[in-house]
Write a protein that binds this ligand. Structure first.
Ligand code: SF4
Ligand code: SF4
Length: 263
């Protein structure tokens, strides 16, 4: 243990582990990091001390079970700064698609062979629904550059820049042809937070919103545009209720069109 270095932890909740790979895939940057900070908890990488007091705790995953709830409260107690990494932790993730659905005992029994062992909360919710979060990093998954840049700023005592601009701004700066205008693809770029490098439009594919809502996202207007392009209510709902379905205003617009589909 090096007492002079800031201590960091990486915690996992309901998630696929993809965002933790942002650390493990960082390669040589991890060697530099080891000179500037001490990792005290990161189970996937071999450090296991979940209750250790730390300066910065990174949290992957959403809160889905009563046990998760106890753990995230303990993580918050143990950390001076708490940073969520990825769509699961910031917006509930794919698992939040079950929110709002009546979860009857029969439904659980249909899915699990031993339903008596299943203890889940009524909804899968982002970390900020339960404890105070100091910084949210969006994306599915987050990138190594994104995480290490935020960590570097925090270690210097600087508040990391977390752009709320839409993907369209990044897309235009990069000079990509607009797939919505030129190919009538239902692109989520006008309402989605930037940070991916406009990756999907760069390959001629519509953005599907994995970085969550941009600031002041006009989701009603984009949904209306999709309607004029011929998408039905279910298809429009699917565009908004996907990886970041628990994040407003995606959740509100998505559920509005889901209701229309049921009518
Ligand atoms: S945000 Fe995406 S990559 Fe990250 S843990 Fe969740 S599902 Fe996996
Ligand atoms: S392709 Fe999508 S992200 Fe790029 S400018 Fe068009 S609508 Fe915006």
């Amino acid at each position: 243990m090096n007492n002079s270095l800031p201590r960091i932890a990486v915690h996992k909740f309901a998630s696929c582990d993809g965002c933790q790979l942002a650390f493990l895939n960082a390669g040589e940057a991890l060697l530099t990091l080891s000179q500037r900070a001490e990792i005290v908890h990161f189970t996937e990488a071999g450090w296991d001390a979940p209750l250790a007091k730390v300066d910065i705790a990174f949290v992957e995953g959403s809160i889905s079970t009563p046990h998760d709830l106890e753990r995230i409260r303990a993580v918050r107690e143990s950390a001076k700064t708490l940073v969520t990494i990825g769509a699961c932790a910031t917006a509930g993730g794919l698992q939040a698609l079950r929110n709002g659905v009546q979860q009857s005992a029969e439904w659980v029994a249909d899915i699990y062979a031993s339903p008596e062992y299943i203890q889940s909360l009524p909804e899968s919710r982002p970390i900020s629904a339960h404890v105070i979060v100091d910084l949210e990093l969006w994306g599915c998954p987050v990138t190594s550059k994104q995480v290490l840049s935020a960590l570097g700023d925090l270690l210097k005592g600087i508040t990391p820049v977390n752009s709320g601009e839409p993907v369209c701004v990044e897309c235009k700066r990069s000079g990509h042809a607009c797939v919505l205008v030129t190919q009538s693809q239902p692109c989520m770029g006008p309402v989605t937070r930037t940070g991916c490098g406009a990756l999907c439009p760069a390959f001629g594919r519509a953005c599907y919103g994995c970085f969550g809502p941009a600031e002041q996202a006009n989701t009603a207007s984009l949904a209306n545009q999709f309607k004029h392009m011929g998408l039905g209510p279910k298809d429009i709902a699917r565009r908004f209720l996907f990886i970041t379905s628990a994040a407003s205003p995606f959740s509100d617009t998505g559920r509005h069109y889901l209701e229309q589909d049921r009518d």
